[in-house]
Write a protein that binds this ligand. Structure first.
Ligand SMILES: [Zn+2]
Length: 163
């Protein structure tokens, strides 16, 4: 039995008591959240979200540049009008450089990834500020709405606003 088999089994239980099949497509709380994929962060629990409430856009690091496509769709087609960017303590993105992962990919897979920006960072709070700047410089997204940056502490479960 693979983990995916376990997930499928858990879903069968979830679907048995599922009663939210008539939610509207646009998020009820009109908010998009860009957050790291880190397994220790459960955005729904940590932020008090229910099904249908918000768009949660996740990637390695919670990097805005990789989320702009989704944010544009979220805002222009589905009506979200606030953005929270959340990076976190202990992020894996602080443990490597582009050169490190490019070298590993070349050695282990023969892959040439010189053109891929993996977007690691060394300074956590600065990475949030940098991502708010990238947001502000993008023509794809709205600039007349609240856009706020946070650090989530995996040690305490608390959010800290930094940008
Ligand atoms: Zn992370």
């Amino acid at each position: 039995m693979t983990v995916i088999d376990e997930l499928v089994s858990a879903n069968a239980d979830y679907a048995k008591s599922f009663d939210k099949g008539d939610l509207p497509l646009p998020p009820a709380r009109r908010t998009a959240i860009v957050v790291c994929m880190d397994a220790r962060i459960d955005p729904a629990k940590a932020l008090g979200l229910q099904e249908g409430d918000a768009h949660v856009i996740r990637n390695a690091g919670g990097r805005v540049v990789e989320a702009l496509r989704s944010l544009a769709i979220s805002q222009h087609l589905l009506g979200t009008e606030e953005v929270a960017v959340i990076h976190h303590t202990g992020c894996g993105m602080m443990t490597f450089t582009d050169d490190d992962i490019r070298k590993q990919l070349k050695e282990q897979r023969g892959a040439i990834a010189d053109h891929v920006a993996f977007l690691p960072f060394a300074d956590l709070e600065q990475s949030v500020r940098d991502d708010i700047t990238i947001y502000q410089q993008s023509p794809l997204v709205r600039h007349d709405i609240p856009v706020r940056g946070f650090v989530y502490e995996v040690e305490t479960g608390a959010l800290r606003e930094v940008a």
